[in-house]
Design a protein around this ligand. Structure first.
Ligand SMILES: C[S@@+](CC[C@H](N)C(=O)[O-])C[C@H]1O[C@@H](n2cnc3c(N)ncnc32)[C@H](O)[C@@H]1O
Length: 187
């Protein structure tokens, strides 16, 4: 008998409210350049809720203050976005064991999509499957249009790109030296 599928928004609200991650997802170390990533251990269907990018919700001014004092290795975990006409940030710089903060960027064929959910008047950054996902696949999403250093050699062929992006390029700064500024995700 097939299990009833929980409606994705309901599932998201349930996990957000409980402040816990979903089963069926694991942290894997990928390599020295990309660091860690999140991988599935069970199949997911297109549209399924996957993860919340959890952290401390702070307004623009506090985000700017933290940017001025944080080391680059912490700044990469600050997710900036627009909600209700204002700029906000989820600061996930604290290593709290949550999975959302470890999801990597993929602007070519991402498996997930970031959405801002309004839950009890507060914005929550939630990832949903953008296609069916098999066990063992990496969860990733498009961080948005920007000059991300790891998106090197975008103009070259897919094979060259795969090879060249496996190792740091001259303009590709390794993991902890990047200034990550996420643009406004789609609602
Ligand atoms: C929010 S963290 C993601 C988790 C990170 N991989 C880790 O191990 O802590 C963002 C950082 O991951 C790395 N990253 C994300 N997507 C990447 C990609 N497609 N290729 C290489 N590095 C990536 C970059 O160093 C970036 O600054």
């Amino acid at each position: 008998m097939r299990r009833r599928r929980i409606p994705p928004r309901e599932d998201a609200v349930c996990h957000v409210s409980a402040g816990r991650d979903k089963l069926g997802l694991d942290i894997h170390y990928i390599n020295a350049f990309k660091g860690r990533g999140i991988f599935t251990t069970v199949p997911f269907q297109k549209g399924d809720f996957l993860l919340e990018y959890r952290g401390k919700l702070i307004p623009k001014e506090e985000c700017e203050r933290r940017h001025s004092v944080y080391h680059d290795s912490l700044k990469v975990f600050m997710f900036e976005f627009k909600f209700d006409g204002k700029l906000w940030c989820v600061d996930a710089s604290q290593e709290d064991g949550s999975l959302g903060r470890l999801v990597n960027d993929n602007h070519i064929s991402p498996s997930a999509k970031m959405k801002i959910l309004n839950i009890n008047g507060k914005p929550h950054l939630c990832l949903f499957a953008s296609r069916d996902i098999s066990p063992g696949e990496e969860i990733d999403y498009n961080y948005g249009d920007s000059d991300w250093p790891w998106r090197c050699k975008a103009e070259t062929s897919q094979i060259e790109k795969t090879v060249s992006c496996l190792k740091p390029q001259p303009n590709c700064i390794p993991n902890n030296d990047l200034d990550l500024k996420h643009p406004e995700p789609e609602r």
